[in-house]
Design a protein around this ligand. Structure first.
Ligand SMILES: O=C1O[C@H](COP(=O)(O)O)[C@@H](O)[C@H](O)[C@H]1O
Length: 250
């Protein structure tokens, strides 16, 4: 796993636009190479910033690319499917520009399954059916919590230490809602590309810690690495890293 590459932009929207352009290029390459493209979306402020940029970029691609994209979620909250807390609402703009609805891999909600464990098992089966229990995601998007969490893998929480599984049930999440389901670090580490998108002064300390020493307990995001990893930040989020101009640095 190569060390992360950093791109710093003037604003979160610009950082997300840059990530969205790189994402769609990656998806088109995946479709050309393997006939399909698996992308895991993130929630939170990074996911919101990405959503419209992604849809605009994907809309420019030919139908065969748009129809070959599968959408998953790095983490999902175990709340009803219409609940505004659901991360999968962020897939809607991509469906509007041509990703088939049947390619959106939702976590079942409490209205259809009796427990978080059942929902996690169903997601695990879905990942297995698409061979993502051992083959890599083409791309995983991640947001960054101010506590340096990614997906729903929180500092000091046992879910962050999960091995031998693709998805884990997360209970007593320190950030509400308390019941969630998350991809595991094993899935993140297999990914062809991991992109972290974050902005704002409130993320600066988490960015500095996450790009420092690797420590899954205190800064889970420090372990968020795929075969390639790129961080797309705004200047505020990058402000603890030193004198960085809006530019790319490896
Ligand atoms: O709960 C979550 O938080 C993180 C970060 O969210 P933010 O609003 O602080 O940017 C997000 O990446 C994750 O997907 C989400 O479920």
């Amino acid at each position: 796993m190569a060390r992360p590459t950093l791109q710093v932009s003037d604003s979160l929207s610009q950082a997300a636009a840059s990530a969205a352009a790189d994402t769609v290029r990656t998806l088109a390459e995946a479709v050309a190479a393997r006939g399909t493209a698996h992308l895991a979306l993130t929630g939170g402020s990074g996911g919101v910033a990405l959503a419209d940029h992604l849809a605009q970029e994907l809309a420019r691609e030919p139908t065969q690319v748009r129809e070959a994209v599968h959408l998953w979620f790095g983490d999902e909250r175990f709340v009803p499917v219409s609940d505004p807390e659901r991360n999968d609402l962020l897939a809607a703009p991509l469906v509007r520009v041509g990703v088939p609805d049947s390619h959106v891999h939702h976590l079942p909600g409490p209205e259809t399954v009796s427990s978080l464990d059942s929902a996690t098992d169903l997601l695990t089966q879905d990942l297995r059916a698409h061979h993502l229990d051992y083959e890599p995601f083409d791309l995983i998007h991640l947001g960054l919590g101010p506590d340096a969490h990614v997906c729903s893998l929180f500092p000091g929480h046992p879910a962050a230490l999960t091995t031998g599984r693709s998805a884990v049930a997360v209970r007593e999440s320190p950030k509400p809602p308390p019941q969630r389901c998350s991809l595991t670090f094993e899935v993140l580490h297999r990914a062809r590309h991991v992109m972290v998108v974050a902005g704002g002064q409130g993320k600066a300390e988490a960015v500095t810690r996450s790009l420092g020493a690797i420590d899954v307990v205190t800064a889970p995001a420090s372990c968020a690495r795929g075969k390639r990893t790129t961080w797309y930040l705004d200047v505020q989020a990058a402000s603890g890293l030193g004198d960085i101009q809006p530019t790319t640095r490896a």
